[in-house]
Design a protein around this ligand. Sequence first.
Ligand code: BES
Ligand code: ZN
Ligand code: ZN
Length: 479
Amino acid sequence: MAILEFLPSKEINLSGVLIYLAETQEGQNLISTFLTQEEINFIGSQFKKGIEVVEIHTPHKTIFILSSLNAESNDDIVEKYRRKGAALCHRLTALKHTSVTIFKENSADTLLAFTEGIVLANYQFLKYKSGTKNSLTKLFVSSELNLTDKVAELTILLDAVYKTRDLVNEPVLFLTAEQLSKEIETIGKEAGFSTEIFNKSKIQSLKMGGLLAVNEGSPNPPTFTILEYKPKNPINKNPIVLVGKGVVYDTGGLSLKPTEHSMDMMKCDMAGAAAVAGAFYAVAKNNLPIHLIGLIPATENRPGGNAITPGDIITMHNGKTVEVLNTDAEGRLILADALSYAKKYDPELVIDLATLTGSAARAIGKEAIVFMGTADETTKKEFTKAGFETFERLVEFPLWEDYDQYIQSDIADLKNIGGNEAGAITAGKFMQHFTSYPWLHLDIAGGAFMTSPFHYWVKGGTGLGVKLLYNFLKNKINQ
Ligand code: BES
Ligand code: ZN
Ligand code: ZN
């Protein structure tokens, strides 16, 4: 990751590359330390024409001046800065700049958001490709305010997003369930949270019938990883549990994914698990005083060997039976086991993240996360607020009783698919049967993985969910 460092404004090196975020839209109040009066007048005239970024290149200095950005809400303004940061990142890369100072006089949120946009857009997954590294490696964040702590916190959070993206981008040839568990263990050692990895025989002894059933068609064994971050004086008496879908590859199983491109990106089906690991990294490394447990059921979903068949009936960890009518609806099976396992922690709240349904993606696109759950309205409001603040926005779907009939089976307690309609909801409804505590379910299928770049999301894993979870948990501390 490009190295971030806070720099007091008086230490700015005027011969380096500077991005100057103006406090006004018309170029008033630009500081003459960096600019001549003639340049200030020129910038003002460009801003008035509606040009948002003015570039000044001389043999002695390079300055990009960004007009102040406006929108209806503060959250929208902040997002505009992130997106503008991404756009500038592409320009800086094209110009092969290596080190840049970003200065804004006295408003922290927009300066940090802009920096975030640059860093996120600068991400590359280069493990399997050589010789194409982006030029930008160092970013100084500068202000009249002292932002040392905020820059340090942001660095950790963005590092967490990078780690999450790395995991999502890894193909299954490397990232089997066992490897995913090992990677999470490594992340835990670096950040300061513990991990315990259950192997197949332990999973069998726990009778996690959903996870074992999905794993039947795969040559590689499943894992169940437990993460714990327990600081000295946590604000919560009972832990908050984060559950992540860890399907390291989803072929659909015997209900093989049908169309030409439907399987191409299915290495991303562990994006929920990766987001949980990323959130743990950010929380633990920033020492937030919150007791967290993480549960990650992981396996491939493949059609080989003993693969479960449509029509099979399986018995889940909590003893309920499920008629499996479509083996491609596998996420809910492994999550259901994790959700019933979560009960033993007597949790204050359980949040699961999963690339669960194409239905959620079709309903809302990459623009938002579909969520539903039984947590109280205050928690849902706090969560929605964190969604707008991080621009990992949330839209609630209902869990009305009416939908229960969709997943009634004639010969088992439940079936694992509903009808053609309300697919995201029936998946949620299914999982609700395995919860017995305040619960939120996040279907991140729409935004977990990009097939083309979108602002600060580059192609591939996005890290969706990490900033959202971190922000939600951090806001709790200040309540
Ligand atoms: N992993 C997929 C969902 C998915 C789709 C994630 C697109 C990311 C992008 C999930 O396991 C799945 O296959 N769901 C099925 C459920 C159906 C068979 C009831 C779906 O949504 O089509
Ligand atoms: Zn599937
Ligand atoms: Zn899946």
